[in-house]
Design a protein around this ligand. Structure first.
Ligand code: FES
Ligand SMILES: [Fe+2]
Length: 407
C-alpha cells in the first residue's frame, strides 16, 4: 500500500473535496478489461478463488430466533442449497441441504421450525446439529458408520447479528479477522434496535461485479437519479466525501446536500427525518462517519466480495449480489430502520423507503445494457474516473484473488 498522497486528493469544487481515511493501494489508473465480466472461464476462477475463499453473508439472527428455526438459501455460486438452523443449544449452524444417503434436499421450504431433518426419500433422520440419528433398515448397510454420514457443514459465524458462512469448514481466517477494521469501525451501530421493513430482489442478466458497480459510486447519481433523489442533480454529489480501504473491503462516505428546495412530502420527511435525509447532527452516531466528514449523509460499507451494509442515522440497508453465472446475478436488498416513535417518523421512513425503491429501479435499468455491450466485443474495457475509485478497488481485489495474489 502507498501512503495517501494528501488528505485531499481530488479538489472537485471550492466547496467540496474528497479525502482518504486510509492508505490507498496501488491499483493503477488504467481501464478495466471487459474480460472479467464476460468470461465464463474467469467466472469459474472467481467461484474457486473468491467465493470459496471468503466469508459470505447469508442472513440475520432475527430470522431464526428459536431452537429449530431454519432458513434455506440457494447459493448457485456453490452449486448448493444451504440450510441455516439454530440448534437446541442456541448455536447457529449451516449445512449443505443434501441428504448424505443419495442427495435429496432435507429442508424443502424456504424457512420453518423443526425438531430435526427427516429425509422424504428414505427416511434418514438428522439432528439440528447435523448428526445422523436414524437410518431405516440400518442393518442392510454393510460396515455402516453413522458418525461419518452427518450433514456436510459449512463454517458459520455471526457479527452483530449477521450470519456468515464459509465454504471451508475450517477456514484459514476467522470471520473477525476477515472483516477486520471495517467491521470494528461499524461496531456500536444499533443493529439490534432496527427492524426489517422491506425486501427487494431481482435477477439481472449481468455479471455480479457490474451489478455491484452501480452501488459504490455516486457519479451516476447526479444523472441517473436526478429525479428520484432530492438534490441529486448537483454534480458535487458525485464525489464521495471520504474513502477508506481495508484489505479487500472498502468504505465510502457520501455527501449530504442540505440546500435543496424540498417538495411538500420531502419537507415533512426532513422535519421528522429519522431516516434518509436528515441533518448530519441528528441522532446516534456510533459506528458512523469514521472520517468525521462535515457534510456527511451515509456510509457505503462493502465487504468483499458481495455484501454491502450501508449505514445512516437510524437506518441501514444491505445488498447481496449472488452470481449464478458470468452474466447472471441475483440481487437482494433489505432495509432496516429504528422503530418509529411518532406518526411523523413513520411517514419519513415510508417516504425514504419509496425513494430507495425508485432509486434502485433506476440502478437496475443500466446493468444489462452494459453487459450486452461488453459481451458484444464492441466495448472492450471500462473507462473509470477517480469518483469511481471504489469500483476500481473491487475489480483490482477480485483480480488479485483470482490470480492467487491474495494478501
Ligand atoms: S436420499 Fe435421503 S434417505 Fe435416501
Ligand atoms: Fe444508484
Amino acid at each position: 500500500m502507498n501512503a495517501p498522497q494528501s488528505p485531499v486528493r481530488f479538489p472537485f469544487s471550492p466547496r467540496h473535496a474528497m479525502k482518504f481515511g486510509t492508505p490507498v493501494p496501488d491499483m493503477g489508473t488504467g481501464p478495466i478489461p471487459a474480460e472479467s465480466v464476460t468470461s465464463a472461464e474467469y467466472f469459474e476462477r472467481e467461484r474457486e478463488q473468491v467465493f470459496k475463499q471468503a466469508w459470505l453473508q447469508v442472513g440475520r439472527v432475527e430470522e431464526i430466533p428459536n431452537p429449530g428455526d431454519y432458513f434455506t438459501r440457494e447459493l448457485h455460486v456453490f452449486k448448493s442449497n444451504i440450510v441455516v438452523v439454530r440448534g437446541k443449544d442456541g448455536v447457529v449452524r449451516a449445512f449443505h441441504n443434501m441428504c448424505t444417503h443419495r442427495g435429496m434436499a432435507l429442508a424443502t421450504e424456504p424457512c420453518g421450525n423443526t425438531r430435526g431433518f427427516t429425509c422424504e426419500f428414505h427416511g434418514w433422520g438428522f439432528g439440528l446439529d447435523g448428526s445422523l440419528q436414524a437410518v431405516p433398515a440400518i442393518e442392510s448397510f454393510p460396515d455402516f458408520d453413522k458418525g461419518k454420514l452427518g450433514l456436510k457443514a459449512l463454517a458459520c459465524d455471526t457479527w452483530n447479528g449477521f450470519i456468515f458462512v464459509h465454504w471451508n469448514r475450517q477456514p484459514a481466517q476467522s470471520l473477525a479477522d476477515f472483516m477486520g477494521q471495517l467491521a470494528k469501525d461499524m461496531d456500536g451501530f444499533p443493529f439490534d434496535k432496527c427492524q426489517h421493513i422491506a425486501h427487494y430482489t431481482a435477477r439481472v442478466k449481468a455479471n455480479w461485479k457490474l451489478c455491484i458497480d452501480a452501488f459504490q459510486e455516486a457519479y451516476h447519481a447526479t444523472y441517473l437519479h436526478r429525479h428520484a433523489i432530492p438534490g441529486a442533480g448537483d454534480l458535487e454529489l458525485a464525489l464521495p466525501t471520504s474513502v477508506r480501504f481495508y484489505g479487500p473491503h472498502r468504505s465510502v462516505s457520501c455527501w449530504l446536500k442540505t440546500d435543496i428546495q424540498p417538495t411538500p412530502a420531502e419537507a415533512i420527511a426532513y422535519k421528522h427525518g429519522s431516516f434518509g435525509f436528515v441533518k448530519a447532527d441528528q441522532g446516534d452516531s456510533r459506528g458512523l462517519n469514521p472520517s468525521g466528514d462535515e457534510s456527511w449523509w451515509f456510509d457505503i460499507n462493502v465487504f468483499f466480495p458481495n455484501f454491502f451494509c450501508d449505514l445512516g442515522r437510524g437506518w441501514y440497508f444491505t445488498y447481496n449480489f449472488w452470481p449464478v453465472s458470468e452474466n447472471d446475478t441475483i440481487w437482494n436488498m433489505n432495509i432496516y430502520q429504528v422503530q418509529a416513535d411518532t406518526a411523523g417518523d413513520r411517514l419519513a421512513q415510508e417516504f425514504t423507503r419509496i425513494v430507495l425503491r425508485d432509486t434502485v429501479y433506476e440502478d437496475m435499468s443500466t446493468m444489462e445494457y452494459s453487459q450486452k455491450a461488453f459481451d458484444s466485443g464492441v466495448i472492450t474495457e471500462q473507462t473509470i474516473g477517480d469518483t469511481e475509485i471504489a469500483m476500481r478497488h473491487q475489480y483490482w481485489v477480485a483480480d488479485e484473488w483470482v490470480n492467487g495474489r491474495r494478501p
